[in-house]
Design a protein around this ligand. Structure first.
Ligand code: 26M
Length: 824
C-alpha cells in the first residue's frame, strides 16, 4: 500500500532542474537569488543522491531476499575521490544534468569541482579498494565494503620554500554521500581481563571482563554500479563515547573535565587516517583502530547471518571476507572468539569456519611494511585475543611439527610469535594461517611472496593456497570520467560504450591505427588534455609550461623504492647536457616538462628531502635563460584522486621506475596507458604484464632484473662499489651548491654514494638515461608515437578491475553475481 507514494526520480532536464532547485530552496533553505556554485553543487548532489537511494534500498532488499553469499571487503582505506561525477555517469544522466545546469547559468565542470575529495586512503592500496567497489557494484555482486569514517583523511600537502607542509584534511562539512545509522551501533571493548571458571555443568567458561567500552556508529555510503540498478553499501564506522560508559555520574560528581577527556579519547579512534604508505610504526591508537573496525564489522556480519537462522556450519556459504593487507587480521581472531566464547562452538569446528571464510591479499614485500605488534601491547589492549593468538599458533606449530619432524629451525621461522625483546606477533603469518587463500597483486609479486617471505608456508600448505590476482582499475573513472573526449572518440569507432563494461572490446581499435583522421583526433585530444594540465600547473605553481613539449610524469607516493630520486637525477643530467650544448644542438632537442607529484609520510625524512630537491632543481632550471622551453621541472602540490584525473590523461610518458622486485603491482601504470600515454619502466610489478599485453615495442623498459638485485646489493657492500660516472657529475653539481645549500641533500646523495645504494639508483642510472634519449628520438616521430599509443590502448582490456573482481569471485570467494531484472 505504501508503494504508490514512492517517488520515481527525475529523468529529463526539466525534472532534474526541479529536483535540484527544490533541494536548494528547502533542504538547504537557500534563496535562489544568491545561488553560487557551492549551492548549485549541493542541490545537484542531493538530487542525484535521491536517485541513488531508491536503487540502494531495492538492492539491499533484493540481496536480503536472495539469501545467498555476500562478499565483505575489509579495508582500512577507501580512496574514493569525488562522488558526484561518478554518480551522474553511473546512472546515465550526466548529459541531462549538464544541459539543465547550463540553462541555469552553470558549467557542469565548475559545479563538480566544488566537491571535496573523500581521501580516506594513502595510495595504491586504498585506491584499489575504491576501484573494487565500483566493479563489484557494476558486476552485480552482493558486496559490502567495511572501513573507518576518519574525520581527517590524508593530509593536504602544501609546498613552502620547496618543503612539504602538512595541513589537516577536514572533509566532512557538506558531505552528502553518507547516511548516519544511529540505530546501527556496536559496543566495542578494550583492556580489561579474562575470567575463566567452570559452570555448574562442568563446562569451561571464558569471559572478557571490565575494561572500557567505545561505541561504533555505522555511516553508510551508496556505491552505484555503472549501467545497472545495483547500488552496494560501503559501511564506515565512527567512534563515539558509549552512552553507558560516558559517565554521567562523573558529570554529577564534578569530574566534568575527566568525563570530557573520556569522551574525546573514545572519539579519537576514528579521528585520523595514519599517513604512512608501506611503513609500519606500531602505535597503540592504530591497533585500537584496527580492532574497533574489525570487531564492529564482524559483529554486523554475524548479526546479519544469525537472522537467517542457519546452522553455524553454513557461515562460509553465506559470508566471504577479504582482508585488504594485514590491517584487518584481528578479524580472524575476533571471529574465532565470537564462535568459541560467545556462541559456544568447539575450537576445531570454529576454526574450520574461520579459515573457510577469510582470504588475505598481500600488497607488499618491503620488510619495513610487514606488520608486527608487540605482545605486551596486545596483552594490555586485547587480553583475550592474545590468548587466542597463542592457541592458534600452538595448533599450527603442532601441525608443522608432525609434518616436518626433522626441520628444527622451521618452527621458529614460521611461528606467529617472533622471539624478540619484546616478543612480537607477525600479522602476515596469522593472516595466512587463518585464511583459505593468499594472493599477491601481480604475477611477479605473487611469485616473489612464494619464494621469499612466505616460502615456508608454501612448503607447509602446498602451492595451491597461494595464488595471483593481477590488479585492475575501473575504466569508468579512469577513462570515461577522467578523459570524456577519448572515451567518446573510442565509442564513435566501436559503435557504443559497451567497452566500459567489457574492456577487451578495445582491441577493435587496432583496426584504426592507420586511419589518418582518427590519429589526428587522438592527438588533438591528448593536446587538449595537456592544455588543461598546463592551466592547472599555472594556477597551482605559477610555472608556465608549453603544452607542445613532451610531458613526462611521475605521480605517486614519495618513497625511495619508487625512485623519484632516479628521475630527478636524470633531470639534472639532462640540464647539464643542455648547458653544455651549442645553440644548434639545442634546436634538435625535444622540449620536455618533467612533472612530479606525491605526498611523503610526515616522518619520512628521505622522501621529504627528495621533494625538496625536485623543487630546488625546478627553481634553477625554470629560470635559466639558456634552457627556455627545453626543460621545465614542476612539482604539483597535493596530488590526490581529483588531480590524478587531470594529470593522467595529459601525460605523454609516465615513470614506473621502482627497483625491480619492490613495487608489488602499481596501478597508475595501467591508468596512464589506458589514457594513451607511453611508459618508461623497470621489469617490476604489473609493468611486466602490461608489456606482455601491449608488446615490448610499445614500452620503454630499462634497468636490472629482480633476480639480480640480491647479488648487486651484496657487491655494493662487499665488492668495490663504483658509482656511475655520469651520476657522479650530478652529485658534484648538487654538492657545488647549484641547487642551494648542499647540506640539505647530503643524506640523499650519501645513501647512494656511501651507504650501499640499497635501491640500485647508480646501477640503473646509465640505462635509464639512455632510455630517456630513446624516448626523445621516438617522440620526434609523432606518427609512430601515436600508433604506439593507440595500439597500447587497444590491448589494455586485461587491466580492468572487472576482470580482477571476477577472478576473486571465481577462485577465492566462490560467489556469482546476483541477477538484476531491469525495470521498465
Ligand atoms: C601501515 C602502518 C601504519 C599506517 C599505514 C600503513 C600502511 C598503509 C598502506 C601500510 C601499507 C599500505 O599500503 C601498501 C600499499 O599501498 N601497497 C600497494 O598496493 C597497491 C595495490 O595492490 C600496489 O599496486 C602497489 O604496488 C603497492 O605498493
Amino acid at each position: 500500500a505504501w508503494k504508490k507514494f514512492s517517488p520515481t526520480g527525475f529523468n529529463s532536464k526539466e525534472t532534474f532542474q526541479k529536483e535540484a532547485v527544490r533541494h536548494i530552496e528547502t533542504t538547504l533553505a537557500r534563496s535562489l537569488y544568491n545561488c553560487d556554485e557551492g549551492a548549485a553543487y549541493s542541490g545537484v548532489a542531493l538530487a542525484f543522491r535521491d536517485r541513488l537511494i531508491m536503487d540502494w534500498n531495492k538492492t539491499q532488499q533484493r540481496q536480503t531476499f536472495a539469501d545467498q553469499k555476500r562478499i565483505y571487503y575489509l579495508s582500512l582505506e577507501f580512496l574514493m575521490g569525488r562522488a558526484l561525477d561518478n554518480a551522474m555517469l553511473n546512472v546515465g544522466l550526466k548529459t541531462v544534468a549538464k544541459d539543465g545546469l547550463a540553462e541555469l547559468g552553470f558549467r557542469i565542470e565548475d559545479v563538480i569541482q566544488q566537491e571535496h575529495d573523500a581521501a580516506l586512503g594513502n595510495g595504491g592500496l586504498g585506491r584499489l579498494a575504491a576501484c573494487f567497489l565500483d566493479s563489484m557494484a557494476s558486476l552485480n555482486y552482493a558486496a559490502w565494503g567495511y572501513g573507518l569514517r576518519y574525520r581527517y583523511g590524508i593530509f593536504k600537502q602544501e609546498i613552502e620554500n620547496g618543503y612539504q607542509v602538512e595541513i589537516p584534511d577536514y572533509w566532512l562539512d557538506s558531505n552528502y554521500w553518507e547516511f548516519p545509522r544511529y540505530d546501527v551501533t556496536v559496543d566495542i571493548q578494550f583492556y580489561g581481563w579474562v575470567n575463566k571458571y567452570t559452570d555448574e555443568n562442568g563446562k569451561q567458561i571464558v569471559s572478557w571482563q571490565d575494561g572500557e567500552i567505545v561505541t561504533a556508529v555505522a555511516y553508510d555510503v551508496p556505491i552505484p554500479g555503472y549501467g545497472t540498478a545495483t547500488v552496494n553499501n560501503l559501511r564506515l564506522w565512527n567512534s563515539k563515547a558509549s552512552s553507558g560508559e560516558f559517565d554521567f555520574a562523573k558529570f554529577n560528581s564534578g569530574e566534568y573535565e575527566s568525563a570530557v577527556a573520556d569522551e574525546q579519547r573514545a572519539e579519537s579512534i576514528s579521528a585520523v587516517l595514519y599517513p604512512n604508505d608501506n611503513m609500519e610504526r606500531g602505535k597503540e591508537l592504530r591497533l585500537k583502530q584496527q580492532y574497533f573496525w574489525c570487531a564492529a564489522s564482524l559483529h554486523d556480519i554475524v548479526r546479519r547471518f544469525k537472522k537467517s537462522k542457519r546452522p553455524w556450519k553454513d557461515f562460509p556459504d553465506q559470508v566471504a571476507i577479504q582482508l585488504n593487507d594485514t590491517h584487518p587480521t584481528l578479524a580472524i581472531v575476533e571471529l574465532q572468539r565470537i564462535l568459541i566464547d560467545i556462541e559456544g562452538l568447539g575450537w576445531d569446528d570454529a576454526w574450520d569456519i574461520v579459515t573457510k571464510t577469510f582470504g588475505y591479499t598481500n600488497h607488499t614485500v618491503l620488510p619495513e611494511a610487514l606488520e608486527k605488534w608487540s605482545v605486551p601491547l596486545i596483552q594490555h589492549l586485547l587480553p583475550r585475543h592474545l590468548e587466542i593468538i597463542y592457541e592458534i599458533n600452538l595448533h599450527f606449530l603442532q601441525q608443522v611439527e608432525r609434518r616436518f619432524p626433522k626441520d628444527r629451525d622451521m618452527l621458529g621461522r614460521v611461528s606467529v610469535v617472533e622471539e624478540s625483546q619484546p616478543k612480537m606477533i607477525r600479522m602476515a603469518y596469522l593472516a595466512i594461517i587463518g585464511s583459505h587463500k593468499v594472493n599477491g597483486v601481480a604475477e611477479l609479486h605473487s611469485d616473489l611472496i612464494k619464494t621469499t617471505i612466505f616460502k615456508d608456508f608454501v612448503k607447509i600448505y602446498g602451492p595451491d593456497k597461494f595464488t595471483n590476482v593481477t590488479n585492475g582499475i575501473t575504466p569508468r573513472r579512469w577513462l570515461h570520467q577522467a578523459n570524456p573526449r577519448l572515451s567518446e572518440l573510442i565509442a564513435s569507432k566501436l559503435g557504443s560504450y559497451e567497452f566500459l563494461k567489457d574492456l577487451t572490446l578495445l582491441n577493435k581499435l587496432e583496426g584504426f591505427v592507420d586511419d589518418k583522421e582518427f590519429k589526428k583526433e587522438w592527438q588533438e585530444i591528448k593536446y587538449a588534455n595537456k592544455v588543461r594540465l598546463a592551466q592547472h600547473i599555472m594556477a597551482a605553481t605559477g610555472i608556465s609550461v608549453n603544452p607542445k613539449a613532451l610531458f613526462d610524469v611521475q605521480v605517486k607516493r614519495m618513497h625511495e623504492y619508487k625512485r623519484q630520486q632516479l628521475n630527478i637525477f636524470g633531470v639534472i643530467h639532462r640540464y647539464l647536457a643542455i648547458k653544455a650544448m651549442s645553440a644548434d644542438e639545442r634546436k634538435k632537442l625535444a622540449p620536455r616538462v618533467s612533472i612530479f607529484g606525491g605526498k611523503a609520510a610526515p616522518g619520512y625524512w628521505m622522501a621529504k628531502t627528495i621533494i625538496h630537491l625536485i623543487n630546488k632543481v625546478g627553481d634553477v632550471v625554470n629560470n635559466d635563460k639558456d634552457v627556455g622551453d627545453l626543460l621545465k621541472v614542476v612539482f604539483i602540490p597535493d596530488y590526490n584522486v581529483s588531480k590524478a584525473e587531470i594529470i593522467i590523461p595529459a601525460s605523454d610518458i609516465s615513470e614506473h621506475i621502482s627497483t625491480a622486485g619492490t613495487e608489488a603491482s602499481g596501478t597508475s601504470n595501467m591508468k596512464f596507458v589506458l589514457n594513451g600515454g607511453l611508459v618508461i619502466g623497470t621489469l617490476d610489478g604489473a609493468n611486466i604484464e602490461i608489456t606482455r599485453e601491449i608488446g615490448e615495442q610499445n614500452v620503454f623498459l630499462f634497468g636490472n632484473l629482480s633476480e639480480d638485485v640480491e647479488d648487486l646489493r651484496h657487491n655494493h657492500f662487499y665488492g668495490n662499489h663504483q658509482i656511475d660516472p655520469e651520476l657522479v657529475k650530478v652529485f658534484d653539481t648538487i654538492k657545488s651548491g647549484t641547487f642551494g645549500d648542499a647540506g640539505a641533500f647530503s643524506s640523499l646523495v650519501g645513501a647512494i654514494a656511501d651507504h650501499g645504494d640499497y635501491y640500485l639508483v647508480s646501477d640503473d642510472f646509465n640505462s635509464y638515461c639512455k632510455t630517456q634519449d630513446l624516448i626523445d628520438e621516438t617522440y620526434k616521430n609523432q606518427e609512430e608515437w601515436i600508433s604506439k599509443s593507440i595500439t597500447s590502448v587497444a590491448r589494455m582490456g586485461f587491466f580492468t578491475s572487472d576482470r580482477c573482481i571476477n577472478e576473486y569471485a571465481d577462485s577465492i570467494w566462490n560467489i556469482e553475481p546476483l541477477q538484476v531484472k531491469e525495470e521498465a
